[in-house]
Each structure stands twice: as C-alpha cells, then as structure tokens.
Design a protein. Structure first.
Length: 118
C-alpha cells in the first residue's frame, strides 16, 4: 500500500500563487509517475501535470502551460505543483496521483481544494 498526503491548497485571488505538496510513503519500489489531477464540480477529473521517466519528463495540460510547474524531490518521494497566475477557472479539488512498481499500481490522495476568486 502507498499513502499520499497532500497540502497547500486554499483560497487565493486571481493572479496569485499557491504551491501544492504531496508526500508518498509505504511500499514504493519504483515510482513510474507522480502527478496532479483536478476536478471541478460537475466535471471529470483531468490531468494537470505529471512527472515521469525518473523525473526527467514533465507533461502539462495546455491550460496550465507557462503558469504551473511540477517538480519532485526523489529523496523524499514528494511532488510539488507551483501554481502562478491563477485564474478563477483553476478552481477545483486537486488530487495527487502516484503510479508505482512493475504492476503500475495507481494511488490517489484525498484531494485539496483550490479556490481562485475573481
């Protein structure tokens, strides 16, 4: 089993910044991907950013490119999402996701609310 603990959500005005953190612990033999997804009310959960390939490849949703940056601390099995120039449409619950091991098992965090006011 793998546990994910998220932090860093909150309320911010448009144009502001937030930094999300997600620490993974438990049975982690190999991390395939770590990333962030978000889900707004009434919408599906979508990829925001993901880091893979041992931390050398980052994927971003088009809507956040140039504003969000994903990074990872390999020693601490922690992934970060720096969110700048936030917009009201970024408002959602943000979920951390990790995919581990040879069987590519996925785990989700509990979610953290990000609210951007206009």
């Amino acid at each position: 089993q793998v546990q994910l603990v998220e932090s860093g959500g909150g309320l911010v005005q448009a144009g502001g910044s937030l930094r999300l953190s997600c620490a993974a612990s438990g049975s982690i033999s190999r991390i395939n991907t770590m990333g962030w997804y978000r889900q707004a009310p009434g919408k599906q959960r979508d990829l925001v950013a993901r880091i893979r390939g041992g931390g050398s490849i980052m994927d971003y949703a088009e809507s956040v490119k140039g504003r969000f940056t994903i990074s990872r601390d390999n020693a601490k099995n922690t992934v970060f999402l720096q969110m700048n120039s936030l917009k009201p449409e970024d408002t959602a619950v943000y979920y951390c996701n990790i995919n581990v091991g040879a069987l590519f098992r996925g785990y989700w965090g509990q979610g953290t609310q990000v609210t951007v006011s206009s």
